[in-house]
Ligand binder design. Structure first.
Ligand code: DGL
Length: 266
């Protein structure tokens, strides 16, 4: 098979990366995708670094075995834990990770106060420490670890009262004192509207999904690996729990997610 027509492999600890998959589909609708959600081992964000690295390497191997021509690590936690090693292991492979979209938030005028919501592992990792240092002169940056938040999305809850209560508890100390929120975990992108509602109309919300998708398109073009097809591509969902419910939920979340790319270009 012509390498150009091979699928793009995308993975996350579970359902969160489907938000990135939708952004990818938005900018490259003629590509085929394999999405692997490692729900059996979720959450990653509260595990040890070694465990997350091991899961991440296995996920990449799994997608490459199925012929993926490029890989999107649609998980901030896995990116923080392993993207450097992956680049060394697969120097020729178009491979893109995701990191909290601190740059566009911090570069807003007027020295903004930016709240970065992410998993405990992302917030305490070296990658985020370095990212934060890069923008410290432009913004006040607050890192907020949100253990437990991804579990709501993982079970398909993106608007229940229990979730609202949980989020209110997390955000209430900051409401009124922040200019922007960065959704630094791909699961949280499904909560964009809810977070915006709770934070109040003036607070701007950022995530890394659309930037990651554009970067993957750029990398594939550079490698001469964009599909030449004109017809819409397919999306194949796989999940380590191997249950039909997980696949159905994946499809439902994919349908439902409204890409940032589309919101910004309306
Ligand atoms: N979706 C993942 C991320 O972007 C992490 C969720 C988790 O497994 O803790 O960080």
């Amino acid at each position: 098979m012509d390498k150009k027509e091979c699928p793009i492999g995308v993975f996350d600890s579970g359902m969160g990366g489907i938000s990135v998959l939708k952004e990818l589909y938005e900018v490259m609708p003629n590509e085929d995708y394999i999405y692997f959600g490692d729900s059996k081992n979720a959450p990653y964000g509260t595990k040890t670094l070694d465990e997350v690295r091991r899961f991440t390497f296995l996920n990449v191997e799994r997608l490459l075995r199925q012929g993926a021509k490029g890989i999107v690590v649609a998980c901030n936690t896995a990116t923080a834990a392993a993207v450097r090693s992956l680049r060394q292991m697969y120097p020729q492979l178009p491979l893109v990770g995701i990191e909290p979209a601190l740059k566009p938030a911090a570069l807003q005028p007027g020295h903004p106060t930016v709240l970065v919501m992410a998993t405990p592992m992302t917030i305490r990792g070296d990658k985020f420490r370095r990212l934060r240092m890069q923008y410290e002169a432009q913004a006040d940056i607050i890192g907020l670890p949100c253990p437990g938040l991804m579990d709501f999305v993982e079970s398909g809850n993106t608007g229940g009262d229990d979730l609202k209560q949980f989020l209110t508890g997390l955000l209430s100390p900051y409401i009124g004192n922040i200019d922007s929120i960065v959704l630094g975990c791909t699961h949280y992108s499904f909560l964009r509207r809810l977070v915006a509602q709770l934070a109040g109309g003036q607070v701007r919300i950022f995530d890394g999904g659309s930037g990651t998708a554009s970067e993957m398109r750029r990398r594939l073009m550079e490698a001469g690996l964009r599909s030449a097809r004109k017809s819409p591509g397919t999306v194949c969902f796989q999940n380590s729990l191997q249950a039909e419910e997980e696949i159905e939920l994946s499809r439902a979340l994919f349908q439902k997610y409204e890409p940032e790319f589309r919101i910004n270009n309306k």
